[in-house]
Design a protein around this ligand. Structure first.
Ligand code: UD1
Length: 413
């Protein structure tokens, strides 16, 4: 599949089931490197990025076996200190194997990461953390090497609450000698899921979900079985799709607490939301009003839902202001939305979105994962036919987006 063709669709109606979280499962798979036993992961989303991580940890020396939505990962006596360039280049999250390899083997060499094209995305905070834990860091052409006989616990202050740096340092600290404290840590639900997984393997991590995480190093981590949390970004994407088409959709298998920022903003925009135990009903039949959105680290509004929100506000009543504070280059969907007739002006990190009566279908390019999702959503309300090309980006992060939307009435093929 290289393109998705979306036609103006009726208000979406029905039920969408949410898959396991991509951003939770990737660090958890990397953390399996730390285990000397067998790990079983349940509710794995079958995605391109997950496949890349499978291949990466396999190349490092772990045995990986799939069975339905479960993944079995087994440690071997042959864990390598080097992650293959070809795989790391394809996905930024591959860099998350650095902390676990360093901690387990005392040495690691890894290529500098690739991934979504949404800014420079450096790894200085990851390296600052490893260095504080006593690792010697050396940078080469396009790769980084780190070594330490055994890492030792320390205090690490993050200049920005980076999700990846918090995860990488937390993983490295589990087998370090002594106590590590991460200050100004990221508080995302995926960090909590990773900490739970590490603790199930015998680690001693407390405070995940707050800005201060304390890790007491242990000698060894054993095997465990873990169910991955639902994907809050996938859920948010379909909540927005339901709202902007004026539809009524039940989104199932969600963790309501993780959706607070998006629930708050959609409610402010006039969407009627009913919350049940692990499902949420979105009713957009009253229309959408303008709202202002500022992306922030959790529990602020997620940057990963900013493009989708912009699609919705492009057809809302009134003028909305969107401020992107997490990534410096995350407005690549804007020129594409403008090709569809959206009225958006960018000023630095802010976008002024003047709602229009309707969009018009066009050929548009998915420049990255969430930008791609935002264009599919725009296609649902645009007059005529929208062709979204380069949909491999979408497949990195959404399980069967076509099927899930089709089953609630979207015209998509
Ligand atoms: C993760 C998510 C991604 C999400 C992002 C922010 C995964 C696999 N990906 O990415 O979907 O958009 O969190 O919620 O979980 N930064 C530095 N130095 C560093 C690390 C980061 O300056 O060493 C900066 C980045 O350039 C960026 C900001 O910090 O501007 C946030 O990045 P970070 O939280 O690290 O995002 P990721 O972990 O890459």
């Amino acid at each position: 599949m290289d393109r998705l063709i979306v036609e103006k669709s009726p208000p979406l109606n029905g039920i969408i089931n949410i898959s396991g979280s991509k951003n939770a499962v990737l660090p958890i798979m990397a953390a399996s490197i730390l285990s000397s036993g067998e790990v079983k992961l349940e509710e794995i989303p079958r995605l391109e990025d997950v496949l890349v991580m499978e291949q990466t940890i396999n190349a490092i020396g772990l045995e990986v076996e799939e069975e339905g939505n479960n993944l079995y990962i087994k440690s071997t006596n042959n864990i390598k200190c080097e992650a293959p360039y070809e795989l790391v280049r394809r996905m930024r999250a591959s860099f998350l194997v650095m902390g676990p390899i360093l901690s387990r083997k005392g040495r690691v060499k890894i290529a500098l990461p690739g991934g979504c094209n949404i800014g420079t995305r450096p790894v200085d905070l990851h390296l600052k953390g490893f260095s504080a834990l006593g690792a010697d860091i050396e940078m080469g052409h396009g790769f980084v090497e780190a070594s330490a006989f055994r890492l030792s616990g320390s205090k690490v202050y993050l200049d920005f609450p980076s999700v990846g740096a918090t995860e990488n340092i937390m993983m490295a600290a589990t087998l370090a000698k002594g106590i590590t404290i991460i200050e100004n840590a990221a508080e995302e639900p995926e960090i909590v899921d990773l900490a739970n997984f590490l603790n199930e393997m015998g680690a001693r991590v407390i405070g995940a979900g707050t800005d201060c995480i304390r890790i007491e190093g242990v000698e060894e981590l054993k095997g465990t079985s873990h169910t991955v949390i639902p994907d809050r970004i996938e859920a948010g994407t379909y909540m927005i799709a339901a709202a902007m088409t004026g539809g009524r959709v039940t989104i199932r298998n969600v963790e309501i607490e993780h959706l607070r920022p998006i629930i708050a903003k959609l409610t402010e925009a006039g969407v009627i939301i009913t919350i049940n135990e692990n499902e949420i009903v979105i009713d957009g039949s009253n229309g959408i009003r303008h709202v202002d959105v500022k992306t922030l680290p959790y529990p602020g509004f997620p940057t990963d839902l900013q493009p989708q929100m912009m699609s919705m506000l492009s057809v809302a009543e009134g003028t909305s202001i969107i401020i992107e504070t997490v990534f410096e280059n995350r407005f690549q969907h804007v020129p594409e939305l403008k090709r569809m007739g959206a009225d958006i002006k960018i000023e630095g990190r802010s976008a002024v979105v003047q709602g229009v009566d309707s969009l018009t279908g066009a050929e548009v390019r998915a420049t990255d994962l969430r930008a791609g999702a935002s264009l599919v959503l725009a296609g649902l309300v645009a007059e005529g036919r929208t062709e979204v090309i380069e949909v491999q980006h979408i497949q990195r992060g959404y399980v069967d987006m076509k099927g899930k939307l089709e089953r609630v009435g979207a015209k998509i093929r």
